[in-house]
Design a protein around this ligand. Structure first.
Ligand SMILES: Cc1cc2nc3c(=O)[nH]c(=O)nc-3n(C[C@H](O)[C@H](O)[C@H](O)COP(=O)(O)OP(=O)(O)OC[C@H]3O[C@@H](n4cnc5c(N)ncnc54)[C@H](O)[C@@H]3O)c2cc1C
Ligand SMILES: *[C@@H]1O[C@H](CO)[C@@H](O)[C@H](O)[C@H]1NC(C)=O
Ligand SMILES: *[C@@H]1O[C@H](CO)[C@@H](O)[C@H](O)[C@H]1NC(C)=O
Ligand SMILES: *[C@@H]1O[C@H](CO)[C@@H](O)[C@H](O)[C@H]1NC(C)=O
Ligand SMILES: *[C@@H]1O[C@H](CO)[C@@H](O)[C@H](O)[C@H]1NC(C)=O
Length: 613
C-alpha cells in the first residue's frame, strides 16, 4: 500500500477512535451528573467546616497586602486585576472547589444547583410569593466554587439600562453614572457579536457570543415583536428597549465563568495565592481604631489567622457578604446585640435585599423541534454549537416599557426559550413546587414542543432582608426574600403577562397556533381575570437568582453600608466589592454589572496606591 494512504488511513482511524472516546466520556459525565442531581441532598449548614471552626488552636498564616473573601464573579476579576501589580501580594479565599467539565456545559446549568457547587440555601417561608412551593420556600442558589455564581448561572450577558447607573449617581455615588461605568463594561469584554459601535470591548478577557444556531422560532419572536411596534435592538448598545438576540458568556459554546475568563490567566502569578475549600469566618477589626487587620478562616479542619496590611475585601456575594459582616460586628445594632456579637459599626447590613421575580408561562404550538440524540448533541457541543451550548435554550430577549414612558428604563424583561428542553427532569427540584402543582404543571411538559416565556419584573418595589440565625459561621443566614410584598409589583408583572398574551395574538404566533397552557390551579378565579393572574403569580413566580443590595452603596447617613469608593462606612481598610453594593435595581441580569463593579474597584485601589499622599 502507498505509505501516504496508509498514514492517512491510520490518522483517520485514530481520529475516529479518540473522537468516540471523547463522546463516551461526555456521555458518562452527563448521565452521571444529571442522575446524581435528582438525588443529591443539599446541605442545611456549613457542617463540612465544623471541625475546623471548633479547633482550639489558631495558626498564623502570615501577611499579605490584600485578603479577598470569595473567588466569585467579583473576587476573580479583582484578584486578577490587583495581581497585575507585581508589588501587591494577594490572598484569595474561596469556600468551594474547582470548576470541571460538567459545569462547562451551558445547557446543564440547573443541575449544578443540586451538587456541591451550590451553597444550598432556601428562603424562610414566604407570605407574598412562592406560595406554591414546598413549605412556601423559594430556592436561593449561590455558586460555591471558583467563579462563584458565574460558574453555575445561565450565562446571559446583559448590562442593564443607562438610567440604572444614573440613578446610582443621583443617590450620591460620585463616579457611578452611566457614562462613568461604560468604560468598565467594555474593559472586560471580548465581544463577538455585531453590536452597536462604541459600546463594546474587543480583546478583553471575557468572551461574549450569540449562541448558534437559532431555531426557526426565533424569527417568529422577532416578527411578533415587530407587529407590536417593538424596535429590533442590540440590548447592550445604544437602545435597550425592544426585541433582541441573546448575548451569552460562552466561548466556542463553553461556559465563560469569571474563573475561566480571568483567574485562569492570573493564578500562576507568584504574588497571588488562592486557597479553595476555605471558609472565612470573621473579618478581624481592631475595636479601638476600627481598622480591619485581617481575617480568620478554616481549611482542611484547621483554623488560621492572616494579616492584611492594606485591605480586607469582602466579595462573598449578596447573601454571604452581609452574613460575614454581621458575624464580624458590622451590622444593625439591635440584631447584633441580641446575638451578643460585639458591635463595631451600626449599619443597615442585610437590609435592602433586591430580587427580580420571574413567572414562567408555557406555550404550545404546531412547531416540534427535531429530535437529536445525545451523541450528536455532544459532537455539536464539542464543535461550539447546538442545544448544549445554550443556557435555558433562550434565544430572544425583550425589554419592555409597560408604563409607556419613553423616558424610563424598561419595566419587564421577556426571555423567549425554545424547544427542545433537555433538562425538564430537574424542573421539579429547581422550582421547588409542591406536589399538587408539579403533577399539574411539570408532568405535562413536552420538551420537544413547549416554548417558555420568562416574564421578569425588573424594578421591584419590595425589599427583603438577610439576617443571622446565630453567631456561628456554621449556621446558614436567614434569607427573607419578601418578593411581591408591594402590590405594585404584582400589577407590573400582570402587565408583563398581558404583553405575552398580545404577542401570542400576532399573526406570527397565530401562524404556528401558539396557545398558552393554563395551569389548573387558582380555579376559583375566572381564567384570565386579574385575580386569577395574581393567584398564578403569587403561587408560581420564583426568584431570578439576582439577589443584590444587601450592603448598598451611598452616603453615610444610616441608609447605606459602603461609600462610593466601596469602603465600609466607619471602618478602615475594609471594602465590599460584589453585587451586595448595588443601591438600586438593574434592568437586566447581574453578572456583567458585578464584573463592572470589580473592574472599577480595582482601578480605584490601583490609583490610590500610585497617588502620593
Ligand atoms: C442559577 C443562577 C443563574 C443566574 N443567571 C444569570 C445570568 O444568566 N446572567 C447574569 O448576568 N447573571 C445571572 N445570575 C446572577 C450572577 O451570576 C450573580 O449576580 C453574580 O455571579 C454575583 O457575583 P458576586 O461576585 O456578587 O457573587 P458570587 O459569584 O456568588 O461569588 C461569591 C463567592 O464567595 C464565596 N464565598 C461566600 N462566602 C464565603 C466565605 N465565608 N468564605 C470563603 N468564600 C466565600 C462563594 O463560594 C462564591 O464563590 C445567576 C445566578 C445564579 C445563581
Ligand atoms: C417573518 O416575516 C417575514 C416578512 O414578513 C416573512 O417573510 C417570514 O416568513 C416571517 N417568518 C416567520 C417565521 O414568521
Ligand atoms: C403611548 O404613548 C404614545 C406617545 O405618547 C401614544 O401615542 C400612545 O397612544 C400611548 N400608548 C398607550 C397604550 O397608552
Ligand atoms: C434558626 O434556624 C432554625 C432552622 O431553620 C429555625 O427553626 C430558627 O427559628 C432560626 N432562629 C433564628 C433566631 O432565626
Ligand atoms: C391549535 O390549537 C388548539 C388548542 O390547543 C387545538 O385545539 C387545535 O387543534 C390546534 N390546531 C392545529 C392546526 O394544530
Amino acid at each position: 500500500m502507498n505509505s501516504l494512504l496508509a498514514t492517512s488511513l491510520y490518522l483517520l482511524t485514530v481520529n475516529l477512535i479518540s473522537c468516540s472516546i471523547t463522546t463516551q466520556y461526555y456521555q458518562r459525565l452527563i448521565n452521571q451528573g444529571t442522575k446524581e442531581a435528582l438525588e443529591y441532598k443539599l446541605p442545611t449548614s456549613n457542617n463540612e467546616f465544623k471541625q475546623g471552626v471548633e479547633t482550639e488552636n489558631t495558626e498564623e498564616y502570615g501577611e499579605f497586602d490584600f485578603a479577598i473573601v470569595g473567588a466569585g464573579s467579583a473576587g476573580s476579576v479583582l484578584a486578577t486585576r490587583l495581581s497585575e501589580i507585581d508589588d501587591f501580594t494577594i490572598l484569595l479565599l474561596e469556600a468551594g472547589g474547582e470548576e470541571d467539565d460538567f459545569n462547562q456545559i451551558p445547557a446543564l446549568w440547573l443541575y449544578n444547583q443540586f451538587s456541591e457547587k451550590n451553597w444550598g440555601y432556601y428562603s424562610i417561608p414566604q407570605k407574598h410569593s412562592c406560595l406554591g412551593m414546598n413549605n412556601r420556600q423559594c430556592i436561593v442558589p449561590r455558586g460555591k466554587l471558583l467563579g462563584g455564581s458565574s460558574s453555575i448561572n445561565t450565562l446571559m450577558y446583559s448590562r442593564g439600562n443607562c438610567k440604572d447607573y444614573d440613578n446610582w449617581a443621583q443617590l450620591g455615588n460620585h463616579g457611578w453614572s452611566c457614562k462613568d461605568v461604560l468604560p468598565y463594561f467594555k474593559k472586560s469584554e471580548n465581544s463577538q457579536v455585531h453590536g452597536d459601535e462604541n459600546y463594546h470591548g474587543k480583546g478583553g478577557l471575557w468572551n461574549v457570543e450569540n449562541p448558534q444556531p437559532d431555531s426557526p422560532l426565533f424569527q417568529t419572536f422577532v416578527n411578533a415583536s415587530l407587529e407590536l411596534k417593538q424596535p429590533i435592538v442590540e440590548y447592550n448598545g445604544k437602545n435597550q428597549i425592544g426585541a433582541s438576540h441573546l448575548q451569552s458568556n460562552i466561548k466556542h459554546g463553553k461556559r465563560q465563568s469569571l474563573a475561566t475568563a480571568f483567574l485562569d490567566n492570573s493564578r500562576q502569578r507568584t504574588n497571588l495565592k488562592i486557597l479553595t475549600k476555605t471558609l472565612v469566618t470573621k473579618v478581624v477589626i481592631d475595636p479601638q481604631t476600627k481598622q480591619a487587620k485581617g481575617v480568620e478562616f478554616v481549611t482542611r479542619n484547621k483554623k488560621f489567622h492572616v494579616r492584611a496590611t492594606k485591605e480586607v475585601i469582602v466579595s462573598a456575594g449578596a447573601i454571604n457578604t452581609p452574613q460575614l459582616l454581621m458575624l464580624s460586628g458590622v451590622g444593625p445594632k439591635d440584631e447584633l446585640s441580641k446575638l451578643k456579637i460585639p458591635l463595631v459599626a451600626d449599619l443597615p447590613v442585610g437590609k435592602n435585599l433586591i430580587e427580580h421575580p420571574v413567572l414562567v408561562l408555557t406555550v404550545r404550538s404546531t412547531y416540534t423541534a427535531p429530535k437529536i440524540d445525545m451523541n450528536e448533541l455532544i459532537q455539536q457541543y464539542l464543535n461550539g454549537f447546538g442545544t448544549l451550548t445554550k443556557g435555558s435554550n433562550v434565544e430572544g430577549v425583550g425589554y419592555i416599557q409597560t408604563k409607556n414612558d419613553s423616558n424610563k428604563a424598561p419595566t419587564i424583561e421577556i426571555l423567549f426559550s425554545v424547544p427542545p428542553h433537555i433538562d425538564t427532569s430537574i424542573f421539579q427540584r429547581e422550582f421547588n413546587h409542591n406536589n399538587n402543582i408539579n403533577t399539574k404543571l411539570i408532568d405535562t411538559t413536552d420538551p420537544q414542543r413547549d416554548i417558555f416565556f420568562y416574564i421578569v419584573l425588573l424594578h421591584e418595589k419590595s425589599r427583603g432582608r438577610i439576617f443571622l440565625n446565630s453567631s456561628s459561621p456554621i449556621d446558614f443566614p436567614n434569607i427573607d426574600i419578601n418578593m411581591l410584598a408591594e402590590r405594585e409589583d404584582v400589577e407590573t408583572l400582570i402587565e408583563g403577562v398581558e404583553y405575552v398574551q398580545k404577542l401570542l395574538k400576532t399573526d406570527a404566533f397565530k401562524k404556528i397556533n401558539a396557545t398558552l397552557l393554563e395551569v389548573p390551579i387558582c380555579s376559583k378565579f375566572k381564567i384570565g381575570s386579574k385575580e386569577y393572574l395574581e393567584c398564578l403569580i403569587r403561587n408560581l413566580a420564583g426568584p431570578t437568582d439576582h439577589p443584590c443590595g444587601t450592603a448598598a452603596m451611598g452616603p453615610n447617613n444610616g441608609k447605606y453600608v459602603v461609600g462610593d469608593t466601596l469602603q465600609v462606612h466607619g471602618v478602615g481598610n475594609l471594602k465590599v466589592v460584589d453585587a451586595s453594593i448595588f443601591p438600586s435595581s438593574i434592568s437586566g441580569h447581574l453578572n456583567a454589572p458585578t464584573v463592572m463593579v470589580a473592574e472599577k474597584a480595582a482601578d480605584l485601589i490601583k490609583k490610590k496606591a500610585y497617588t502620593c499622599q
